[in-house]
Design a protein around this ligand. Structure first.
Ligand code: SDX
Length: 436
């Protein structure tokens, strides 16, 4: 197992940065160039050679790793999973196929996909002991807290998830997490509304099965419209990965200590929960409902944002300084789903008005604030019937393959434990006061 985590530089052309420090030291640092011509200064030798470190709070300028999984060009609004444009995957692929692509790097053959789907089906149930664990949660327990707890708890019934030593175990471990996360989410919803939990149906597709577990009841037939199943699949595909976002970086960080896969993705759930990250989809709907219920003109809300009294939730992004391509796809999908279902949702009209107001206002234009993945996604989830407090759970279900793919990529590199440095700014040495 190598100690150093070698930063790959697909472009072999050697480039060097020259650093000169105030104390006169100078250092040549290699510049690595990615397959999409991204340039990064490799500072691995910096502290050892000069005693200096770099500092970059929130890591806006710092690459944590090289990765083959997802590419984003924030200026051009490009997103690709393993080189495939998100627009093409959204139109032609399925969630199971995208999950396979992200984790193993290539689109599966028909047999490989069929086998992966079989693994998902074979692992959709929860151990009855786990099912009983739900009794320990109050009905009003937040579904993200339950999801994170139950992912960790599931590892207690699947010790194989804790001894993931080689490629051979990965398909089963990945299938267990991707499949069971759906069952956990649905069970927590049924518990919260006092309905009997519905066991998965092995004859249904991934998305249809989730909808069955969420919305079917013992004494009535439940058949979701094909458009609803397709909209859910699209939602999950669009959320499946997004390179080194906060929750995925958390999963990689936790996995770097050789924590098992379940513990690592459970930590990703907790990071995703925050309103600046995956929790934004809930915050967007609450924002739209507030505008709708108060009758506040959109222009007034925008003015409050510009006075920094509020944030425009679902807007802005650390990487995208242009349209988030996922937002464009979700906006159209929301329109299509609502018209297919014959639903008129004033929140969609308010969202469009907000977008139009922001995109023509200098405050947002100069800060390059555009709608992100969370701005329209809640409209779709609402139309499907998902309760608002489960929106971020839906994001977590979608993101599971990405978390697994990144954990696996780092696991195979057998890199060093992630342990950032700091610049200490606290008190200098001082003695403990003598006894009075
Ligand atoms: C996701 O990283 C990923 O890839 C995440 C994600 C994924 O798929 O994993 O894409 C999913 O998390 C999308 C983002 C969801 N969050 C929100 O919608 C919450 C609202 N957005 C903001 O909180 C913010 O835009 C962030 C958190 C998304 C990005 O924050 P940054 O990069 O730290 O930007 P910043 O806070 O430094 O803002 C720069 C400027 C500031 O103005 P000035 O101080 O320079 O005058 O833009 C302003 C901010 O005040 N600004 C906003 C704003 N977002 C940024 N002003 C009003 N409303 C906003 N939403």
């Amino acid at each position: 197992m190598s100690n150093a985590t070698e930063v790959k530089s697909p472009n072999t052309e050697s480039k060097t940065a020259h650093l000169t420090l105030p104390d006169g030291q100078s250092l040549e640092l290699p510049v690595v160039v990615g397959s999409e011509n991204e340039h990064a200064i490799d500072i691995a030798a910096l502290r050892g050679s000069t005693g200096h470190i770099t500092i970059d709070p929130a890591y806006g300028n710092t690459g944590a790793c090289s990765s083959d999984i997802t590419y984003i060009d924030g200026d051009k609004g490009i997103l690709r999973y393993r080189g495939y444009p998100i627009e093409q995957l959204a139109e032609h692929s399925s969630y199971a196929e995208v999950a396979y692509l992200l984790i193993w790097g290539e689109l599966p053959t028909a047999d490989e996909l069929s086998h992966f789907r079989w693994l998902l089906t074979e692992n959709e149930m929860l151990h009855e002991g786990l099912r009983n664990a739900f009794e320990g949660f109050p009905p009003y327990g937040h579904p993200m807290a339950i999801l994170s707890a139950m992912i960790n708890a599931s590892a207690c019934y699947h010790p194989d998830m804790m001894q993931l030593e080689d490629d051979e175990h990965m398909p089963l471990a990945a299938a267990k997490l991707i499949s069971k996360v759906r069952t956990i989410a649905a069970f927590s919803y049924k518990k919260s509304i006092g309905q009997p939990m519905r066991y998965p149906n092995p004859n249904l597709s991934y998305c249809a099965n989730f909808l069955h577990m969420m919305f079917s009841i013992p004494y009535a037939r439940y058949e979701p419209e094909p458009e609803v199943i397709r909209a859910l699949s699209l939602f999950l595909i669009l959320h499946a990965d997004h390179e080194q976002n906060c929750s995925t970086s958390t999963v990689r960080m936790v996995g770097s200590s050789r924590a098992n896969l379940s513990a690592s993705v459970a930590s990703g759930v907790c990071a995703l929960w925050g309103p600046l990250h995956g929790g934004a989809n809930m915050a967007v709907i609450k924002m739209l409902e507030q505008i709708q219920q108060t009758g506040m003109p959109v222009s007034e809300y925008v003015e409050k944002v510009k006075k920094r009294e509020l944030k425009l939730m679902g807007f802005g992004h650390r990487v995208y300084k242009n349209f988030d391509p996922r937002a464009k796809i979700l906006k159209k999908a929301a329109d299509d789903l609502l018209s297919t279902l014959g639903i008129s949702d004033p929140k969609l009209d308010i969202a469009k008005e907000l977008e139009e107001a922001a995109l023509t206002d200098e405050y947002f234009v100069e800060r390059k604030l555009y709608p992100n993945v969370d701005f329209y996604s809640g409209i779709i989830l609402n139309a499907i019937g998902i309760p608002t407090n489960m929106f971020t759970v839906m994001f977590a279900i979608g993101r599971m393959p990405g978390w697994i793919a990144h954990w696996y990529e780092a696991f195979k590199e057998s890199g060093r434990i992630c342990r950032p440095r700091q610049v200490y700014t606290g008190p200098n040495v001082r003695d403990y006061p003598a006894a009075k």
